[in-house]
Write a protein that binds this ligand. Sequence first.
Ligand SMILES: Cc1ncc(COP(=O)(O)O)c(C=O)c1O
Length: 379
Amino acid sequence: MSAIKPYVFAGLIRRKEEVRAAGVDVIALDIGSPDLPPGAHIVNALTAAARDPHKHGYGGFTGTPAFRKAFADYYARRFDIELHPEKEVLPLLGSKEGIYHMAFAYLNPGDVALVPDPGYPAYTGGALLAGATPWPMPLTRERNWLPDFDAIPADVLARARLMWLNYPNNPTTAVASLAFFEEAVAFCRRHNILLCHDNPYCDNGYDGYVAPSVLQAPGAKDVAVEFASLSKSHNMAGMRVGVLMGNAEVIKTVGTLKTNADSGPYLGIQEATLAALSGDQSWRHEVQEAYRGRRDLVVQGLRAMGCQVDAPQATIYVWAGIPAGFNSSAEWAEHLLVNKGIVVTPGTAFGAHGEGYVRISLGAPTERIRQALDRMIGN
Ligand SMILES: Cc1ncc(COP(=O)(O)O)c(C=O)c1O
């Protein structure tokens, strides 16, 4: 435990509560938890299961066959990828749980996990808790927030067991092409590295943008797995439902580890998942439109303040350069909290290369986002 710090958002939540306790009306734009509810048919499936006396038992280590088939069918429809529901699909209690356990399944002390910097903190936290070494791959605007594989030293590559990638990306909002995934698959194959692609934002695209899956790259299943989640795409973050898909050997190994750690997702949540994946999707257009409106508000507002901002093509965040007059991400974030009652996440919470940026979540009511911008722009 001495190797890790408390999870970044745990610290932010404490700080937010302190300011709130002092009587400030705090607008929270930090955590990426959608404010809008899931479609009514999803909630109905959950409540119907909750009333069913036969559905309160364990949900099965690997979920129900219907759950696994629903994800395999979704990937077939969405990406034209064929997955064996029994051998290549494993339910997770949210993708974060799987990310964390992946480290325990594959990393020994002395091993390296290649992690994006800035990046989702659980890649690093998992590696450290497993006694391994996270090696940051810098993401920079100059390289469109894509890592430079050639910059990884040979001795690091020799010890690398896992590589984490995540596009559409949190926190930078960058997207990656299928050609980039093909390059990543070829690189990982060459260096005998297991490629872990974390894809929770693939269905949060704007203006017609459609994100690819790493599993679309030819031969990907030999060296790669992908994590999917319904947290952001279907507003189900609190239900804790995700899935690991791809290489059958990895699915089996992580599945074995998980039989010692948890006992599968609640059946009601599995029913909600079936409703989410197989049922009506039209409600999601409205949600995505709400995000688009918020994105436009934030991008325009911040640009008017002189911040450098690229309008995201996907995700539920805006990644904003800090304005002139502030020396660091933490300084601007602290100023916004103390003087404006707004919580954003300093870029450095995601790694050293997040310096100079903050991440603003669009998972808050539009009116609150408008208020936050008014406060930021006002003196
Ligand atoms: C890149 C990334 N991966 C994984 C997660 C966790 O998602 P889940 O709710 O499925 O655990 C998040 C949540 O913010 C995320 O941004």
